[in-house]
Design a protein. Structure first.
Length: 205
């Protein structure tokens, strides 16, 4: 078993948040997608109810919107050689009183994200989807808020691009910031370039 396979086995059997205070309100079911040759990494928030039930990340309306932003089909999205999906919290965190998902559990990212960093050596492009991922990865390097961080994504180099979360909760944000649609052109170009590249032609194994 490779180091990555061993790590994924650990993650998928993790129950730390079930014994924390307060405990996870559902049975732990870590949802992620990772492969040794993944080219693009999506660090997102946490799985929702549908992803939790199906054990498939972004298997919901947010996922459909994200795939539209990326310009990919479901088959391309769920191809582990294209995308690694490593949310800040691997388990569904439960819902608030308004029916929205709670924030990702705080126990998860400190345990696993840095370990995944060392194993995902093939990743060339990382997408930070939502405030929690942006804060975790960029920290003080980010702008004063998520809007300005997304607007100034060029400042973080070609390897990283911050994005708003594709949740219905951000419908108003997307309508108010029409400049974001133009930024998606560059996102789709970069994604297409990576997932359509024939790595055998350039000696990548």
């Amino acid at each position: 078993m490779s180091e990555l396979e061993s790590l994924l086995t650990e993650i998928r059997s993790c129950e730390v948040c079930a014994h924390a205070t307060p405990p996870l309100p559902v049975q732990p079911n870590p949802v992620l997608q990772v492969g040794p040759r993944s080219k693009i990494r999506i660090i997102s928030q946490a799985p929702g109810t549908i992803a939790h039930a199906s054990s498939l990340p972004f298997n919901d309306p947010s996922g459909r919107r994200l795939r539209d932003w990326l310009g990919v089909t479901p088959a391309e999205f769920y191809n582990v050689e294209n995308f690694a999906i490593t949310p800040m919290g691997f388990c569904f965190p439960g819902q608030d009183t308004k029916g929205g998902d709670l924030p990702p559990r705080r126990e998860c990212a400190p345990l696993w994200q840095s370990k995944l960093d060392t194993q995902l050596e093939s990743v060339e492009f990382t997408l930070l989807v939502g405030m929690y991922a942006v804060k975790h990865v960029l920290g003080s390097k980010g702008e004063r808020n998520l809007t300005e961080t997304v607007r100034n994504w060029h400042a973080y180099g070609p390897e990283i691009m911050p994005l708003p979360h594709p949740s219905w909760r951000n419908n108003g944000w997307i309508k108010r910031h029409d400049w974001f649609a133009a930024e998606l052109t560059e996102l789709r170009r970069r994604v297409s370039e990576l997932i359509t590249r024939d790595d055998t032609d350039i000696g990548i194994r």
